[in-house]
Design a protein around this ligand. Structure first.
Ligand code: MV4
Length: 586
């Protein structure tokens, strides 16, 4: 087994991996960017090293820097978590070449599954059912028109070959929408994956998103840990996940489990992976394979009792799986809610900012995987998911009640999060009936009822006096914690006590919040993809003003109230910073 492992990630998943490393008796090495110098994941590790500036392209995504830290620290293996370099075959290869074990699948499997057309071809050959459509790329709109007429029919889904997770996904209901959908999918594929190639699938009208967790070792053992249902999504971002899936009975469970292991075998898989698929009217179709540990792996851990990250690490060390298929049983029901710094009432706009008070729920069968704490600042630079709340109980009804209890205990002061959204959604009849809840997550009026009250008073007031200070220091780029105890320096002759009192923190402008009356400020930094209004236009409350792309996500910015667009400060293709004025609507 390894003695030291580098965790090439941040936030909750980095901490999640470190916990298992500690249980295995393995030392952990964190990496961090400049704004993450004091982040929980950097402090949680046995050692931590600075990578570089905040943007991921200068820190968490720089392969050479990460391998340099592996060398410097003596880490024998790298766990990539999810996101960042987790599905980067070049990174997996660079690890191999540097003699560092990549805790994940072979680079060849990442490559094969990264191309969605290759993945479909491999699966079709292996007898895995795929959504009917093309496995070869479709070159032109004319070709698309012909293939649709011959075999697929309308409605049709056009998807980018380099895509996945909904990126570069368009639907054409009829022939008049085909050209726009084709070009949209191709453009997005080019932009995000430098590949304009698209393919087509029959568009299923109201499927469920059901995925299978698989584990495969070097010794030809491939097992599945049953399924998860992730149908509650918004713009292809999963919000709530559960296991077992409410629409899957024991017969279907066996069938899709086998589809999962067949798919893993077909690509020579090793490590933990997920087969994503669509379930419609009892028929299951392969969609794509995720060659990493997923955000929602925890619900599977809760119902099977298997630590998926532990298995991943053991597999990477060459050990055989600790379980045969017959050892894996599903018990009870688990639900996960993603706790994102987002405002559901404002189109799920990102809501970065500093956390004031922070109290996590606890009690029986409640698990919180978090990367946040009191005083933590959610940065617009990174993913807005700050924590996951996972509960277990004997069945779906009991699990839902437990989740509502735990959500009620969760206190995150000074920050807008999805907690009220989850509380509202889990209380609906749609959720109770096991529906996909698509009508709710797309319903602006329903979401508007989740608006947040006026912001709390500034964080940092009335804090107790303190003359013990903790600092992070870096010695040759390696991070150490030091506690400095003594009299605080008097700032203006007012004595130690007054100086030790924290200065009130600067209030941040956030979406629709701060600013002059009628001023709409950007909650994020990004590129303006689209401007939907003109200066002088009359807009209704909730009307689309512009679309800002940040972190590969398209964020719709909407009017906080009805009025006239008196000023418009953005233009298509331009960039905006957090707090910049987008428009003045009076
Ligand atoms: C589809 C689909 C319907 N037909 N593909 C792809 C990425 C994933 N985030 C959802 N994706 C979908 N692919 C075909 N051919 C519908 C979706 C979809 C979806 C599926 C199940 C549950 C919720 C969903 C929300 C949006 C889109």
């Amino acid at each position: 087994m390894f003695e030291k492992v580098l965790v090439a990630n941040r936030g909750e998943i980095a901490i999640r991996v470190m916990r298992t490393l500690e249980e295995l008796g393995i030392a952990s090495v964190a990496v961090y960017s400049e704004p993450d110098r004091d982040a929980p994941h950097a402090r949680r590790a046995d050692e931590a090293y600075l990578l570089g500036p905040g943007p991921a392209s200068e820190s968490y995504l720089v392969v050479e820097k990460i391998l340099e830290v592996a060398r410097q620290s003596g880490a024998e293996a790298v766990h990539p978590g999810y996101g960042f370099l987790a599905e980067n075959a070049d990174f997996a290869r660079a690890c191999d070449e540097a003699g560092v074990v990549f805790i994940g699948p072979p680079a060849s499997a990442i490559d094969a599954m990264g191309s969605k057309t290759r993945a479909r071809e491999i699966m079709a050959e292996a007898g895995v059912p795929i959504v009917p459509g093309t496995t070869d790329p479709v070159e032109t709109v004319d070709d698309a028109r012909r293939v649709i007429a011959e075999s697929i029919g309308y409605p049709v889904a056009i998807k980018a070959a380099g895509g996945g997770g909904g990126k570069g996904f368009r639907v054409a209901e009829s022939e008049d929408e085909l050209e726009k959908a084709f070009e949209g999918a191709s453009r997005e594929g080019e932009k995000f994956f430098s590949d304009p190639t698209v393919y087509m699938e029959r568009y299923l009208p109201d499927p469920r998103h059901v995925e299978v967790q698989v584990l495969a070792d070097e010794h030809d053992n491939v097992i599945h840990l049953f399924e998860r249902d992730c149908s509650v999504q918004r713009r292809h971002q999963k919000l709530i996940e559960e296991s077992p899936a409410p629409a899957v009975d024991p017969e279907l469970r066996g069938r899709i489990g086998k589809i999962g292991t067949d798919a893993a075998r077909a690509v020579g898989y090793r490590s933990a992976g997920t087969i994503e698929g669509l379930l419609q009217d009892g028929e299951y179709f392969f969609l794509e394979m995720n060659t990493r540990v997923q955000v929602e792996h925890c619900v599977t851990e809760m119902v099977t009792g298997i630590d998926i990250v532990r298995e991943q690490i053991k597999i990477a060390a060459g050990e055989p799986l600790g379980y045969g298929q017959e050892d894996v049983v599903v018990r009870g029901h688990a639900i996960e809610c993603r706790i994102n710094a987002e405002d559901a009432s404002k189109n799920f706009a990102p809501a970065p900012g500093r956390i004031g008070s922070y109290i996590e729920p606890a009690g029986p069968f409640v698990r919180v995987d978090s990367g946040a704490e009191e005083g933590y600042e959610v940065l617009p630079l990174y993913d807005p998911m700050i924590a996951k709340l996972i509960v277990w109980d004997v069945d779906r009804v009991a699990s839902t009640k437990r989740m509502l209890r735990a959500l009620g205990e969760y206190e995150i002061g000074g920050l807008k999060t999805l907690i009220p959204f989850h509380q509202a959604l889990l209380a609906t009849e749609q959720w109770a009936n096991g529906e996909t809840c698509r009508d709710l997550v797309e319903n602006k009026d329903w979401l508007k009822e989740l608006a947040f009250p006026a912001p709390d008073k500034a964080v940092g007031e009335d804090e107790p006096e303190k003359v013990s200070r903790e600092y992070a220091v870096e010695v040759s780029g390696r991070r150490f914690d030091v506690t400095v105890i003594g009299e605080a320096l008097a700032a203006n002759g007012a004595g130690p006590a007054a100086a030790a009192k924290k200065a009130p923190r600067r209030e941040r402008k956030s979406g629709g919040g701060g600013g002059a009356p009628g001023e709409l400020v950007s909650p994020i930094q990004g590129t303006v993809l689209k401007v939907a209004v003109e200066k002088g236009a009359a807009v209704d409350e909730g009307a689309l003003i512009c679309v800002i792309e940040a972190m590969k996500m398209e964020n719709e910015i909407t009017a906080p109230s009805a009025g006239t667009v008196e000023e418009l400060s953005v233009s298509e293709g331009g960039s905006v910073a957090t707090g910049d004025t987008i428009a003045v609507i009076k």
